[in-house]
Design a protein. Structure first.
Ligand SMILES: *[C@@H]1O[C@H](CO)[C@@H](O)[C@H](O)[C@H]1NC(C)=O
Ligand SMILES: *[C@@H]1O[C@H](CO)[C@@H](O)[C@H](O)[C@H]1NC(C)=O
Ligand SMILES: *[C@@H]1O[C@H](CO)[C@@H](O)[C@H](O)[C@H]1NC(C)=O
Ligand SMILES: *[C@@H]1O[C@H](CO)[C@@H](O)[C@H](O)[C@H]1NC(C)=O
Ligand SMILES: *[C@@H]1O[C@H](CO)[C@@H](O)[C@H](O)[C@H]1NC(C)=O
Ligand SMILES: [Zn+2]
Length: 952
C-alpha cells in the first residue's frame, strides 16, 4: 500500500541552475546575474573600433616543470597585421591580460619602424585589460601595419580561470601526467596573447608552438604545416585558421594524449582525442560526432569540409574543463565525463546529455563560429541556435533519446521559471566581464532555444531551414546582430509566403517583442460552455503575487484541443494573438479545452473554474486522452499558478490528483520539482514536512511500481531516466523498499558484482547513507581506482550522503585536495547538503574552519563564482540557530569578503522561505489531505460506474 516520503528536487534544481557543474548545460556555468535594473549604456570596457586586426601570427614557448626558474610559464609574441579604419588614429588600443609586456614595436608596410612616443610607448590599463600603444603620428587609414608585442606570462593551475591552464591525468601505467590547453570563451584569449578580444574582430591566426620534445604532438584547430626539431625543443607551425573570433583559438599540449577513435571516411577525418588510458572508449562519442556532422552538412546545405580547407574536426576529452564543452572551431573540447561513455559504467543522464552536448557544439561550427554574434549582448544568437539544434537536430539522428520531448523540461520550463521575475531580455546590453558571464545563462540558452522552436511552429520547419541557410550564406565569416537574423527570417518568410494564414499578424513586431522585451505572458482562458465562446486575455506573468502589471502585449501562437477534437500534435498555430484580448468560437459543448499544444509556446495558461474542473476530471479519469506533454504542461502551470496566488492550493492539488496514476517522465519531473519547492519551505517544521512527505510518497507509489528497481536490457533511455529521478527522490525521502533494495545492491557491489549504472545513483547514496564507515571507505577506494569520470561523480554524490559528521568532514576535506577536480569542487560541496538534512551543520562548520583554503582551492576569482554559490547555497539548508551562527561568523570575520553581501541576502531569503512555510503550512497540508480524500471518492465513483457499465 502507498507509503509516503519527502523530496529533494528543488534542491536539485537549485543546484543545477546555480552551481551543479555535473549538469552544466552551458559552455558557461551560470553565474547569478548582477546587473542593475537601469541599463548601463557605458561602453568603457569596449575597444574603440578605430583599428582592426587582419592576420595574427602567435608564437608561444611553453614550459612545464622543466624550466626550473619559471615553471609553468610561457613567453609569447603576437605579430599582427592591422589597419586603421578611421583617420587620425594616434593610439592603438587592444586587450592584454598577461603578466608582463616586454616590448612593443610597429612597422609600416615597407617594413620601416613606425615611431612610438619614446617616453611612454605603451600603457597598461588593468581594470579594462587594455594595452594602449602611443604613436608619435597618425596611422594612414587603410594601410597595413605590423604590430609586434613580446610578453611573458604564467599558466593557470586548473581550468577555472581559463586562458592557458594546466591539468593532470593518469596514464595507462598509473603515472601522473601533465597537459596544458586553452579555454578562451568569452574574454580569455587576452590572457594568452595580446589581441582584439571581442567577437566582432575576426581575423586569421597562425600558431607557432614550441614545447619540450618529449611531449606528444600538439593539437589545434588546424594541422601542422611544418615543424622544427631542436635538441630538447620542438616548434610546430600550424596552418592558418579561417577568419574567426579570438575566443575560438585553441591548442592542447600533453605528455601522452592521443587519437582514441576516428572516422577517416570524412575529410577532414572526425577524431576523438583523449588521455592515453581511455583508448578504446571513444566510440560512442565518435558515433555522435559523425552522426551530427552528416546531419548538419545536409541541413545547412553547406558541408563542414567546404567551410575552410585547413579546419580539423577534432573533439577533445579533457579531464578538467570549466564548463561542459566549448566549441573551438576545429578542436572542440569537452569535460571528460561526456566523452568517455560506456553503457556498462555510465549513468543514463550523462549519456543522454552527451548527445545534446555534442550536437550543440557541432551546431556552433556554423552558428557561432562561421557566423558570430557581434557582441555578447547578442549571445543568444550563438547559444539559442546551438541549444535548439542540440536537441532538435540530435533528435532527428538519435530518436531513441526522445530529445524533442526532453526539450520541454530542459529549456522551455527552465526559461518559464527564470523569466518570471526581474529578468533581462534576450538582447541585452552588457559591458563588464561579469555582465558578459551573467548573460551566458538561461535567457540566452533556454529562452533563445524556446523562442526559436516557437518560431519554427509559426513559419514551418521548411521556412526555418531556409532562413538558416540564407543567414549563414549571407554572413559567412562575419559578425552579426539581431537585424541580420531578422532579415534572413523575413526573406525566407516572404519567399515561402509562410504567414499567409495569419492576416493580422506582424512578424516584425513578434520578433521585436520576444527578442527585446523581458518576460512572457499568461493566457487567461474563459469559456462560455453553453455558447462555445472562448474569451482570451493576456498579461505579463510574474511569480510574485505582488508584481504590478506592465501592459506589455506579446504576440502569442494559439493552439488548442478539446475533448471532442484532440489534435495535440498539431503545432502550427490556428491564430496569432497580437492583442490584449481576443475571442474564439468553438462548438457549444460542455467539455475540457486545453491550450498550448505540447507546451511549445513560451507562455502559461489559466482557465475559468469550470474548465479547470473539466480538465481535472479528464486527467483523473481518462488521462490518456490528454497528451503526456500537455499533462506535464498543466502540472508545470499549476505549480506556478499556485505560487503566484492565481490559484489556491486547494484547487491546484485537486487538479494534481491525477499524479497518483501517472507514470510519464515529463509529468513526474515537473511534479518532483514542484513538490520539492514546497517541501523545502517546510524544512524547519519537521512534523509538517513529514506529513507532506507522506502525501507525496503516497502519490509516488504507482510510478515506483511501474519503473521498478531493475533496468531491463532493451528499455528506452526515457524509462531509465524516469527510474533514476524517481528512485533518487524516493530513496532520499526514505521509501522503505527503495532503501532496502539499494542497500542489497550496494552489498552485492562490495562482493564485486556488477550493478547497472542506470541505478547506481540511489545505490551509492543509500548504501553510504545507511551504511558504516567501512561502506564509506569501500566507495572511496572505488572512486580512487575508477577510470570513468562520470561514475566517479556519482560516487562523490554517494560519499556525500554519509550521515556521520566525521566522515562527512573527511569527504569535505577531499574537496580541498587535488583528487576532486576544481570543476567538481563546489558541486561536491552541494552534494553534502543534498545528502541528508543533518549534513548542513557539518558543512557550515567545515566552511567556517576552512574558508581560506576553500577560497584558494575552489578558485574564488573564477568567472563561475564557485565560492559565492557555495556560501549562498548553504544558507537555504540551515535552520534558525544555524543561520544566527552563520550570520555572526560572517559579520565578525567576513565583512570585507567578496561574498559578504550575497550571503547575507541568501540568509534573508532563507528566513523569508521559512516564514512563508510557517504561514502557508496548514493551507498546503489541508489542500494535500483534501486531495487524498477526493482520490478515494472518485475511485469509488469510478468503480460504481464500471459496475454499472457491466450490468448494462
Ligand atoms: C584629421 O586631422 C586633420 C588635421 O588635424 C583634420 O583636418 C581632419 O579633419 C581630421 N580628420 C578627422 C576625420 O577627424
Ligand atoms: C594587408 O594585409 C592583409 C592580410 O594579411 C592582406 O590580405 C592584404 O593584401 C594586405 N594589403 C596590402 C595593401 O598589402
Ligand atoms: C619529459 O621530460 C621531462 C623533463 O626531463 C620529464 O620530467 C618528463 O617525464 C618527460 N616526459 C615524457 C613524456 O617523457
Ligand atoms: C509591424 O511592427 C513594426 C514594429 O515592430 C512596425 O514598425 C511596423 O509598422 C508594423 N507593420 C505594420 C504593417 O503594422
Ligand atoms: C580534515 O582536515 C583537517 C585539516 O587538515 C584535519 O585537521 C582533520 O583531521 C580532517 N578531518 C578528517 C575527518 O579527516
Ligand atoms: Zn554553446
Amino acid at each position: 500500500m502507498p507509503k509516503l516520503i519527502p523530496t529533494v528536487f528543488w534542491m536539485i534544481l537549485y543546484v543545477h541552475v546555480h552551481c551543479d557543474s555535473d549538469f552544466p548545460f552551458w559552455e558557461f556555468d551560470e553565474a547569478p546575474i548582477r546587473i542593475s535594473p537601469t541599463r548601463n549604456e557605458d561602453l568603457v570596457y569596449r575597444l574603440p573600433g578605430n583599428v582592426v586586426p587582419l592576420d595574427y601570427n602567435i608564437y608561444l614557448d611553453l614550459y612545464f616543470a622543466e624550466r626550473t626558474d619559471r615553471p609553468f610559464s610561457y613567453d609569447g609574441r603576437t605579430n599582427v597585421i592591422i589597419q586603421a579604419v578611421q583617420e587620425n588614429v594616434t593610439q592603438i588600443v587592444l586587450h592584454a591580460n598577461v603578466d608582463r609586456i616586454n616590448s612593443v614595436s610597429l612597422y609600416a608596410s615597407d617594413a620601416s619602424p613606425f615611431p612610438l612616443v619614446a617616453t611612454d610607448p605603451f600603457t597598461i590599463d588593468p581594470q579594462y585589460h587594455f594595452l594602449r600603444i602611443n604613436l608619435l603620428k597618425s596611422l594612414v587609414s587603410g594601410d597595413n601595419y605590423t604590430l609586434i608585442i613580446d610578453y611573458s606570462s604564467t599558466m593557470n593551475e586548473g581550468p577555472m580561470k581559463r586562458g592557458i591552464w594546466r591539468g593532470w591525468y593518469t596514464d595507462e601505467d598509473n603515472n601522473m601526467r601533465i597537459y596544458a590547453t586553452t579555454h578562451f570563451q568569452p574574454y580569455n584569449a587576452r590572457q594568452a596573447f595580446p589581441c582584439w578580444d571581442e567577437p566582432l574582430y575576426k581575423a586569421t591566426f597562425k600558431l607557432h608552438i614550441s614545447r619540450s620534445t618529449n611531449y606528444s604532438a600538439t593539437f589545434s584547430n588546424t594541422g601542422v604545416e611544418t615543424f622544427e626539431l631542436f635538441e630538447d625543443r620542438t616548434v610546430e607551425h600550424f596552418k592558418a585558421t579561417p577568419p574567426m573570433s579570438t575566443y575560438l583559438v585553441t591548442f592542447l599540449v600533453s605528455e601522452t594524449f592521443k587519437v582514441i577513435a576516428s572516422d577517416s571516411s570524412f575529410n577532414p577525418p572526425i577524431r576523438i582525442i583523449a588521455r592515453s588510458n581511455t583508448e578504446g572508449l571513444g566510440d560512442h562519442a565518435l558515433e555522435l560526432a559523425v552522426g551530427m556532422t552528416k546531419f548538419f552538412d545536409e541541413y545547412f546545405d553547406m558541408p563542414y569540409e567546404s567551410l575552410h580547407p585547413n579546419l580539423y574536426n577534432d573533439h577533445v576529452s579533457s579531464p578538467d574543463w570549466a564548463s561542459a564543452g566549448t566549441e573551438n572551431w576545429g578542436m572542440v573540447s569537452y569535460r571528460e565525463l561526456y566523452m568517455i561513455i560506456d553503457p556498462r559504467e555510465t549513468i543514463m543522464s550523462v549519456e543522454h546529455y552527451a548527445t545534446t552536448l555534442i550536437s550543440h557544439e557541432l551546431a556552433h561550427k556554423w552558428f557561432g563560429n562561421l557566423v558570430t554574434c557581434f557582441w555578447w549582448s547578442n549571445t543568444w544568437i550563438n547559444e539559442g541556435f546551438a541549444s535548439y539544434f542540440g536537441y532538435i537536430a540530435a533528435h532527428e539522428v538519435f530518436p531513441k533519446y526522445e530529445l524533442d520531448e526532453h526539450f520541454n523540461s530542459r529549456y522551455l520550463q527552465t526559461s518559464l521559471s527564470t523569466d518570471s521575475g526581474g529578468s533581462q531580455p534576450m538582447n541585452y546590453d552588457v559591458n563588464t566581464p561579469s555582465q558578459i558571464t551573467g548573460h551566458f545563462g538561461t535567457i540566452s540558452y533556454s529562452k533563445g532555444a524556446a523562442f526559436l522552436r516557437m518560431t519554427v511552429d509559426i513559419i514551418t520547419p521548411d521556412t526555418f531551414q531556409k532562413a538558416c541557410k540564407i543567414f549563414l550564406e549571407n554572413n559567412r565569416f562575419q559578425p552579426v546582430d539581431q537585424y541580420d537574423l531578422y532579415d534572413a527570417f523575413a526573406q525566407a518568410i516572404a519567399e515561402d509566403d509562410s504567414l499567409r494564414e495569419y492576416s493580422q499578424f506582424n512578424f516584425t513586431e513578434y520578433y521585436r517583442v520576444w527578442v527585446n522585451e523581458p518576460g512572457y505572458p499568461i493566457l487567461n482562458v474563459d469559456i462560455n460552455h453553453s455558447s462555445g465562446e472562448i474569451s482570451l486575455s493576456q498579461e505579463r506573468f510574474f511569480l510574485s503575487p505582488t508584481a504590478s502589471p506592465t501592459g506589455q502585449v506579446y504576440p502569442i501562437p494559439i493552439t488548442y484541443s478539446t475533448k471532442s477534437d484532440r489534435r495535440f500534435r498539431e503545432l502550427k498555430p490556428i491564430y496569432m494573438m497580437s492583442t490584449e484580448k481576443a475571442v474564439l468560437q468553438k462548438p457549444a459543448n460542455e467539455e475540457w479545452v486545453i491550450f498550448n499544444h505540447l507546451q511549445h509556446g513560451h507562455y502559461r495558461v489559466n482557465y475559468d473554474d469550470r474548465t479547470w474542473d473539466l480538465i481535472a476530471e479528464a486527467l483523473l479519469n481518462e488521462p490518456d486522452t490528454i497528451d503526456h506533454l500537455n499533462r506535464a504542461q498543466i502540472a508545470d502551470d499549476v505549480f506556478a499558478l499556485m505560487r503566484s496566488e492565481r490559484m489556491t492550493y486547494h484547487k491546484g492539488f485537486q487538479i494534481l490528483r491525477f499524479l497518483r496514476n501517472e507514470d510519464n517522465y515529463h509529468v513526474w519531473t515537473v511534479a518532483i520539482s514542484g513538490y520539492t519547492w514546497l517541501r523545502n519551505r517546510l524544512r524547519h517544521l519537521p512534523e509538517k514536512q513529514a506529513t507532506f512527505d507522506a502525501f507525496i510518497l503516497n502519490y509516488m507509489e504507482h510510478i515506483i511500481e511501474t519503473v521498478g528497481f531493475e533496468p531491463s536490457n532493451n528499455e528506452g533511455p526515457t524509462t531509465s531516466l524516469t527510474r533514476q529521478e524517481v528512485l533518487q527522490f524516493a530513496c532520499n525521502l526514505g521509501h522503505k523498499q527503495c532503501t532496502e533494495d539499494s542497500i542489497r545492491r550496494f552489498n552485492s557491489m562490495k562482493i564485486n558484482e556488477w550493478v547497472d549504472p542506470r541505478i547506481r545513483r540511489n545505490v551509492y547514496m543509500t548504501g553510504v547513507r545507511e551504511g558504516t564507515s567501512e561502506d564509506y571507505m569501500f566507495l572511496l577506494n572505488r572512486f580512487q581506482s575508477s577510470n570513468f569520470a562520470n561514475d566517479q561523480l556519482e560516487m562523490l554524490r554517494g560519499l556525500a550522503a554519509t550521515k556521520d559528521p566525521e566522515l562527512l568532514t573527511h569527504y569535505l576535506n577531499l574537496t580541498l585536495e587535488k583528487e576532486i577536480r576544481s570543476h567538481d569542487k563546489s558541486t561536491s560541496f552541494s552534494y553534502a547538503l543534498l545528502g541528508n538534512k543533518e549534513n548542513a551543520n557539518t558543512a557550515l562548520q567545515f566552511l567556517k574552519n576552512n574558508i581560506d583554503a576553500i577560497r584558494e582551492t575552489y578558485v574564488e576569482d573564477s568567472p563561475a563564482n564557485p565560492v559565492q554559490s557555495v556560501m549562498s547555497n548553504l544558507a537555504s539548508y540551515l535552520d534558525e540557530p544555524e543561520l544566527v551562527d552563520y550570520e555572526n561568523w560572517l559579520s565578525t570575520t567576513q565583512r570585507n569578503s567578496l561574498q559578504y553581501s550575497s550571503t547575507i541576502n541568501a540568509i534573508n531569503s532563507a528566513r523569508n522561505n521559512m516564514a512563508w512555510g510557517t504561514a502557508n503550512a496548514d493551507t498546503i497540508l489541508s489542500a494535500a489531505r483534501d486531495g487524498v480524500t477526493t482520490i478515494v471518492a472518485s475511485a469509488l465513483i469510478l468503480m460504481v460506474t464500471t459496475l454499472l457499465a457491466l450490468i448494462i
